[in-house]
Ligand binder design. Structure first.
Ligand code: SIN
Length: 505
């Protein structure tokens, strides 16, 4: 909605259109209007560049306990166990959901194909279109978001600061391409702005990854968590003048070797990322570099079909990955820290939420397990939507009371009652069918009873006793009776016997 001063109004504001933001937007769309603000085209995010895959314990030889153990040991002693359990246990359902929304994960012989990546005890990395997993996942989410009426997307809009009043985040300001500034006011704001790889000279991240969420949250007074933990991916393409294009860990998972300039292997290619990255730096520092990835011993046809995007990109720089060593170097890849949140995305600032790479839940500890990030975006994006919806329902009471006081108070009229009814209907549809606590149960009751009052008051087109209608200021004999409301429909019944004795025994 656009106010006369140009301020936009929405129920929920989502900053960022990667996997976490879009999944959250889809969850929120059941509860109100969602505006997604994204600073480039919607498909441009870290998610779109994620190649190797998404780790999920749904293979026949796998279970969530093993995935949890691997996640915890990669995180070097400071993984939040509760967050990691949520990730691995809710991950399978989120992946099945996304597949049912059209994401095409790769199969072999009709079954999902799982590849291996570093520090995983099982082959559990699901992939799509060979090495374009993030692109495919975000495609499925974006297509669904575009089909969802309650979601609007504002592209090429760079959010600059959060709007905070009375200690509550109430939206943001953003700049359009031509540099004009717009304010958006919302009941809740979700930061899903992705990573901050662009802090570093060498990074696999696209230009959009400038840490916008953590920076805006910090300026607004929210706490950040674990900002010192930055993951460096061991293998970015090291061609002079070319961007540090990611050469997926899945390439090593499928058997590629790392070799120094003398052609020697010098590390376990599937060790944790930090160890492999430091081993490469050591080879370079001690004069045994440059280091390259060697796929020449692998089946060339399989390499080309498994990694089409990597093959095509390397070809642009004159490298045939089936015949030539691929020069690689470590590059900043993922920030484990972010806006400190609980398991439903709630930050320390009221009204502000975060999910995905922008958030710091403690789920990755000091080092993220390979391919846990796409899963994180899906799982915690969905959870943030739940957290926001709970908050919205929690804070609905004040708004309900204000609206009812205005439209259903001492003086009433037909059109205000009709618009109150519309508002109540929308909120009733969004209310949980099984409230989680007393406040939610009471809110649902308030919505229902207010709706009954509004329907009855609109039906009675006269003024009588406590019921005063400015559009019908006198009593009217046509309404000499009681209002019986059944299944939401009001009708007039007899004064003496509104419900005849024994009528329904
Ligand atoms: C990769 O394909 O190596 C990146 C996946 C990730 O960041 O976990």
């Amino acid at each position: 909605m656009n106010a006369p001063d140009g301020t936009l109004h929405t129920d929920f504001l989502v900053l960022g259109s990667g996997i976490a933001g879009l999944r959250a937007a889809l969850g929120l769309s059941r509860h109100g209007a969602v505006l997604v603000v994204t600073k480039d085209q919607p498909s441009e995010s870290n998610t779109g560049y994620a190649q190797g895959g998404v780790a999920v314990a749904i293979g026949a030889d796998d279970d969530t306990r093993l995935h949890l153990d691997d996640t915890v040991s990669a995180g070097a002693g400071i993984v939040s166990g509760a967050a990691a359990r949520v990730l691995v246990e809710e991950g399978p359902e989120r992946i099945r959901e996304l597949a049912s929304w059209g994401a095409r994960f790769d199969r072999e012989d009709g079954r999902y194909h799982f590849t291996r990546e570093g520090a995983h005890s099982r082959n559990r990395v699901l992939h799509a279109l060979g090495d374009a997993t993030g692109w495919e996942m975000v495609r499925a989410l974006l297509e669904r978001a575009h089909r969802t009426e309650a979601i609007a997307v504002r592209s090429f809009a760079c959010s600059t600061d959060l709007l905070v009043r009375d200690g509550i985040a109430r939206g943001c300001r953003f700049l359009d391409e031509p540099g004009s500034e717009t304010a958006v006011l919302a009941r809740a704001t979700l930061l899903a702005t992705g990573g901050a790889g662009r802090v570093f000279a060498e990074t696999t991240n696209p230009p959009v990854a400038t840490g916008d969420g953590a920076a805006m949250a910090q300026r607004a007074g929210a706490a950040l968590l674990d900002m010192e933990f930055v993951q460096f991916h061991p293998t970015a393409l090291a061609v002079e003048g070319a961007p540090r294009f990611l050469i997926s860990e899945a390439v090593r998972g499928e058997g590629a070797y790392l070799r120094n300039a003398a052609g020697e292997r010098f590390t376990d290619e599937l060790a944790a990322r930090d160890r492999v990255a430091r081993a490469i730096v050591r080879e370079n520092r001690e004069g045994r570099g440059p280091v390259s990835l060697d796929l020449r011993h692998l089946d060339a046809e399989r390499v080309r079909t498994r990694f089409p995007r990597i093959a095509a990109t390397c070809r642009r720089y004159g490298i045939d990955i089936t015949r030539d060593p691929v020069p690689v170097t470590p590059a900043a890849h993922y920030v484990m820290g972010g806006v400190a949140t609980d398991l439903h995305g709630r930050s320390t600032l009221r009204g502000l939420y975060a999910a995905g790479e922008a958030a710091g839940t403690g789920v990755h500890g000091a080092n993220r397990l390979a391919s846990n990030s796409l899963l994180e975006g899906l799982v915690f994006g969905a959870r943030a939507a739940e957290g926001i919806a709970d908050h919205a329902m929690g804070s609905i009471r004040e708004e309900l009371q204000r609206r009812c006081w205005q439209a259903l108070g001492l003086e009433r009229d037909g059109s205000s009652l009709a618009s109150l009814e519309r508002w109540l209907d929308e909120r009733r549809q969004a209310a949980p069918t099984r409230p989680a606590d007393r406040a939610a149960a009471e809110d649902r009751n308030l919505l229902d009873v207010a709706s009954a009052m509004a329907a009855s008051a609109r039906f009675r087109e006269e003024s009588r006793g406590s019921h005063y209608r400015t559009d019908f200021p006198s009593p009217d004999e046509r309404f000499h009776g009681h209002t019986l409301l059944e299944a939401g429909a009001p009708r007039l019944v007899d004064v003496e016997t509104p419900v005849p004795e024994g009528a329904r025994c």
